[in-house]
Write a protein that binds this ligand. Sequence first.
Ligand code: ATP
Length: 250
Amino acid sequence: MAAVSALEIHALAKSYDGKPAVSGLDLTVRPGEFYALLGPNGAGKTTTLRMVTGLLKPDSGAISVWGVDALNDPIAAKRLIAWVPDEPMIYDKLTPLEYVAFVAGLWGVEGAEAEREAEALIDLVGLTAQKHQRCEGLSKGMRQKVALCGALVHAPKLIILDEPLTGLDASSSRLVKDVLKARVAAGATVIMTTHILEVAERMADRIGVIAGGRLMAEGTFDELRERAGHAGSTLEEVFLEIVAGSEVAA
Ligand code: ATP
């Protein structure tokens, strides 16, 4: 029997005011995979991820998270998912430690254990010095890291991130990449959007390129490069070629 996919999207569609944002998208993310979703502005990446996380209702299609039908059983699917949006919401009046412990509590981990887990995550992302400061006084990048800690505290099996590295300085970006890699090594699956092609090239097991709400190409970096007929070319060149091809086809 084939192993169940971490995420399986079939014929997913969503329009805004009659204008298609996602048009019959098929996408599969395998267990234990680090999957990078690339695409030009307006390609439908965020819309897709918001549907997977249950924040947006598709017009049609199917989404399955570790075999759970996310449209029919959204609560069971959400238990398996961590979601880090591109503009995370955190509670400004709480400190990072209080916020992450609070989120742990929502997942049923409470008291000293919640605080221990929160503290470990906060230390891991380099926010030790800020852990008792109110979030409202933190920089954008620090707030992003707090949101990441909140998302990871329930040991999710599928970690979904929308542009997690924008706004992070080089060392913070390295820390977050290391945290994500460690989660993958421990058995989690990651799908993330990024405009930083070098991140996709270096970190992703497979890369999917979306344009016009459809999956235009998918594979390892080498496979994409081969498909574009450019051995030795950069991901940027391959990406631009795939996107240009999709515009011609549209
Ligand atoms: P980016 O890389 O710029 O973040 P994206 O690939 O995440 O882009 P989406 O945000 O999913 O793209 O947008 C896909 C399309 O849907 C775009 O044409 C966008 O204008 C449209 N869209 C997205 N959100 C809404 C909304 N709330 N109301 C109307 N149209 C929307």
